[in-house]
Design a protein around this ligand. Structure first.
Ligand SMILES: [Zn+2]
Length: 214
């Protein structure tokens, strides 16, 4: 049984997800904590539940999603998992940070590339990796087939989709990703996006104004 805790961090309001199971091993997805208070909030929660972080995962490497990686790496010394096609965004982090008023002193290189069809495991649990380009190269979604939830990064939001005007963004690719890989999941699957509230596949298939279900 996978437990989920959501935090919302930094000025760009990124959702950081902490997932853990009965073994108390946990993964930190999109460590977006930026301020000292945000770092403390995350660590205090981990301590309060007696969790053992084993992996950091980036759904994609946009600067607002990776701000906490140096802190987490330093605190727990655990490997970073991200798809290698997103490496360019780590190189760009400092300059893109400036645009959003975010200071990036340090970045962390991925230790392992997560690929389509792979399983991200922790404790007794596993999440299936989907490669989901269109918002940014190197984007992945993580699917828990038993618990029926999807960590969606910036691919699909409640009533929205990821921006396609940033480098490597492409609307047709994003539309294909969403219709071929996400809308094929069951309607009741919970969608946990990188920004904003959660939704479901069924809800978005029915009401999403950008990508309708055909
Ligand atoms: Zn993004």
């Amino acid at each position: 049984m996978i437990n989920i805790q959501r935090f919302t961090f930094n000025d760009l309001q990124v959702n950081t997800y902490l997932l853990w199971d009965e073994t108390k091993e946990c993964v930190i997805i999109d460590a977006a904590c930026y301020t000292e208070n945000e770092q403390k909030e995350l660590v205090n929660f981990i301590n309060s539940k007696d969790l053992k972080p084993v992996k950091i995962v980036n759904t994609h490497n946009h600067v607002d999603h990776i701000l906490g990686n140096p802190f987490i790496k330093n605190q727990y010394d655990i490997p970073l998992y991200a798809n290698r096609k997103g490496d360019l965004f780590i190189r760009m982090a400092q300059s893109s940070g400036t645009i959003f008023g975010l200071e990036v002193k340090e970045t962390v290189q991925p230790d392992h590339s997560l690929e389509e069809g792979e399983t991200l495991s922790f404790g007794n649990s596993g999440l299936k990796v989907f490669y989901t380009p269109g918002h940014a190269d190197g984007s992945i979604c993580l699917y828990a087939s038993d618990e029926k939830f999807l960590i969606a990064g910036d691919v699909l939001f409640a009533g929205g989709i990821g921006r396609t005007d940033l480098p490597t963004g492409d609307f047709d690719t994003l539309a294909e990703t969403i219709t071929q890989k996400l809308y094929t999941l069951d309607n009741e699957v919970r969608v946990l996006p990188g920004h904003g509230p959660e939704t479901t596949i069924g809800e978005e298939k029915k009401y999403n104004p950008f990508i309708t279900h055909s």
